[in-house]
Design a protein around this ligand. Sequence first.
Ligand SMILES: NC(=O)c1ccc[n+]([C@@H]2O[C@H](COP(=O)([O-])OP(=O)(O)OC[C@H]3O[C@@H](n4cnc5c(N)ncnc54)[C@H](OP(=O)(O)O)[C@@H]3O)[C@@H](O)[C@H]2O)c1
Length: 351
Amino acid sequence: MKTTILGATGFVGQRFIQLLQGHPWFEVTVLAASERSVGKTYADAAHWLMDTSRPDAVGQKTVVACTPEAVEKAGGVDVVFSCLPNELAGPTEEAFARAGLPVISKASAHRMDADVPLIIPEVNPDHDGLIAAQRKARGWSGFISCDPNCSTTPLALTLKPLLPFGVKRVHVTTLQGLSGAGYPGVASLDALGNVVPYIGGEEEKIERETGKILGRLHPEQSRIETAKIEVSASCNRVPVLEGHLENVFVEFDSDVSVSQVREAWDQFQGAIHGLKLPSAQPPIVYRDEPNRPQHRLDVLTGKGMSTTVGRLRSDGPRRIKYACLSHNTIQGAAGGAILHAEVLKANGALG
Ligand SMILES: NC(=O)c1ccc[n+]([C@@H]2O[C@H](COP(=O)([O-])OP(=O)(O)OC[C@H]3O[C@@H](n4cnc5c(N)ncnc54)[C@H](OP(=O)(O)O)[C@@H]3O)[C@@H](O)[C@H]2O)c1
């Protein structure tokens, strides 16, 4: 299928280009970005930041505007990946859905819309059942399906296998890598040798999104019944390049042992297990060493598509605590969105 990336010159856009190189189902055919880049070759417009070479064919493409008309003029596509700034993504993604295209979005603009799925492929791919209701309500033949915030992903993923124990309350403290702020991101004088205990809007996103992802698709497939879990987040920017590490404290309705939790994670294969999707990796990998996971050692586990978990211990009656780590621009952004598109294709939602 032919794809476009809206925001192709940014950090996440580049990760999409890197991960889609040689993909068996999706080919990057149109690159779109801001007026600053439109009309330039991608090589001139984008300051390439990936650790593999920029594909030659991509470098020679001319960047177009983020409108359905410009993308159509450049050859047209079947699928849209959006990694636009949040404030711009809302109306732009709607224009593409109205033009009949499926939009897989990394931006936050539509994540909490009642008729828009918010999907982690291994956790709640069935929420794509909302797409029909969205089309009907909005009168468009395309659709928008969103990915969560990059710091929500490892939290919701590691909580999913624990839901049968009755998860009641969750506290999470994050240590988030610099690439989470895009490029050029946090000024070096703020970032180096420093920890900044504030990331605008991040805590609210984790607190809101987790319940929607862990919720249940209503039998009429018209809305999500949000999981009744109290989530409180505290977010920190730390001077590592990639990876968000999280210290998670969970309180259950009743007593749960550490070994029960460990067994639940070990047995968790994810909702897409068996579909043999090209980007799928083991969703959760547990490490027994007392000092793991670590950004430098574990962030690329499962090609950056696995959440590494460790330090599971009791925190008193009905409570446990653990640490988890996820690659924010692979599992938490481009890789997660590509897997999301793969599951939609496998389920027939991409046509
Ligand atoms: N970084 C992460 O780890 C991460 C993880 C999950 C989700 N996200 C989300 O993904 C999105 C992109 O993040 P990023 O880190 O890639 O940001 P970024 O590096 O700042 O890239 C922003 C992209 O948007 C384009 N853009 C900016 N203003 C535009 C406009 N007015 N019209 C059209 N295009 C415009 C830029 O194009 P020009 O180069 O032409 O300016 C660039 O391609 C954001 O919504 C972010 O919240 C990021």
